[in-house]
Design a protein around this ligand. Structure first.
Ligand SMILES: Nc1ncnc2c1ncn2[C@@H]1O[C@H](COP(=O)(O)OP(=O)(O)OP(=O)(O)O)[C@@H](O)[C@H]1O
Ligand SMILES: [Mg+2]
Length: 350
């Protein structure tokens, strides 16, 4: 073989090797997990849920497992391995991650994950951080990098997080509401409360049980919130017929509920979010407060999609509030961008 063909064959081999080693960015959320693959963009967006058989083997993960949720028999259980933004069940979370990686990487036996960039909540403890790292490594990642979800969100929103300018990000997710003031590539002040969409759903279940003696499931609560949920009074209030089990007669029943019911039911978690935002503003250094006054607050996470949430925040703090174009994908897109420009962003990784 002459030297040219030897080089060509080495090039081919290197090309093949690198195509077999994949870099992934993962937004491991309480409610949704998203994966971004280098060069491809978002390749997976599924609920963070696993269906298991009695032996603990995975039957399905993501969308398929979510369809089974609350409709299982004794031989199937569904588990959400994350709670309040952190891993609550280490073993199942690892299984979920492995299955989700397998979904996006065809020919898994031929390919491996080189770098994995994962989002974590602000103020995560060392033990919780270790759980994410170990879980990702056991699921097959060689090098694991952690990024605060709010920083990832800021990058996903297109902000230049390294400039000497204060930006405030509010991410209302499923299990947490994360608030951070970012300047010069770092978090100046951050707060994380374990309140989000999941608590709103729980409050809805409790409310309909208390007020109407009607027992509904978590999925119905989620549907109600999407269809008629609002943070502020609506010009034309909405109604919806919901089905559940009457707690007195024990039989299924349909009742009509209104957007006013929903607002009353979720008022406590909403007020907790507002309090956390006010507290964060009070703790922001004055020069950065001035920047936030000019630029306003950036709102992201699934909770940003609740009708009128931006207006409610705006009226309570008297500052402009901007909603991300795609609140459910901002964090993973930011993580993907950080991964693709890894050298530039190395200082903001945890
Ligand atoms: N249109 C909507 N109205 C109200 N809430 C919504 C809407 N769409 C999504 N949500 C809520 O957003 C939440 C999911 O948001 P997101 O995917 O940002 O959370 P997550 O990243 O999984 O959670 P976390 O970051 O807290 O771990 C769910 O609780 C869902 O109910
Ligand atoms: Mg999230």
């Amino acid at each position: 073989m002459d030297s040219t063909s030897t080089l060509q064959s080495a090039d081919k081999k290197n090309g093949l090797l690198s195509s077999m080693r994949v870099d992934l960015a993962v937004d491991l959320g309480t409610v949704n997990t998203l994966i971004y693959q280098k060069g491809k963009g978002v390749v997976l967006n599924e609920p963070s849920i696993v269906a298991l058989n009695p032996a603990g083997d995975v039957i399905s993960v993501g969308h398929e497992a979510h369809l089974m949720h609350e409709k299982t028999h004794k031989n199937i259980t569904t588990v959400r391995p994350l709670q309040g933004g952190v891993i609550a069940d280490f073993e199942i979370s690892e299984k979920m991650m492995r299955e989700m990686i397998n979904k996006v990487m065809k020919n898994r036996w031929l390919s491996s994950v080189r770098r994995m960039f994962i989002t974590v909540p602000n103020g995560i403890t060392a033990v919780e951080r270790m759980a994410v790292r170990d879980s990702a490594e056991n699921a097959g990642a060689k090098d694991v990098y952690l990024i605060e979800e709010t920083v990832a969100g800021a990058v996903g929103l297109g902000l230049d997080v390294k400039e000497p300018y204060g930006n405030m990000i509010v991410d209302i997710g499923g299990g947490t509401t994360e608030i951070a003031v970012i300047s010069l590539g770092g978090i100046v002040f951050a707060q994380s409360i374990r309140i989000g969409g999941v608590q709103m759903n729980n409050e809805l279940v409790n409310y309909f049980r208390r007020k109407y003696n009607l027992l509904i499931g978590e999925r119905t609560a989620e549907k109600i919130k999407h269809k008629i949920g609002s943070a502020i009074p609506l010009e034309q209030e909405l109604t919806m017929a919901i089905k559940g089990r009457n707690l007195v007669s024990g039989v299924p029943k349909t009742i009509e509920v209104t957007s006013m019911d929903v607002r009353e039911a979720i008022s406590e978690p909403i007020n907790s979010c507002l309090d956390a935002i006010t507290k964060s503003l009070e703790n922001t250094p004055p020069e950065l407060s001035a920047d936030i006054l000019d630029r306003g607050i950036m709102l992201t996470g699934g909770g940003a999609l609740l009708r009128g949430m931006d207006q409610l925040i705006k009226s309570s703090i008297n500052l402009p509030v901007h909603i991300a174009d795609n609140p459910l994908t901002t964090a993973v897109e930011g993580t993907g961008k950080i991964m693709e420009n890894y050298e530039d962003y190395s200082s903001i990784l945890l």
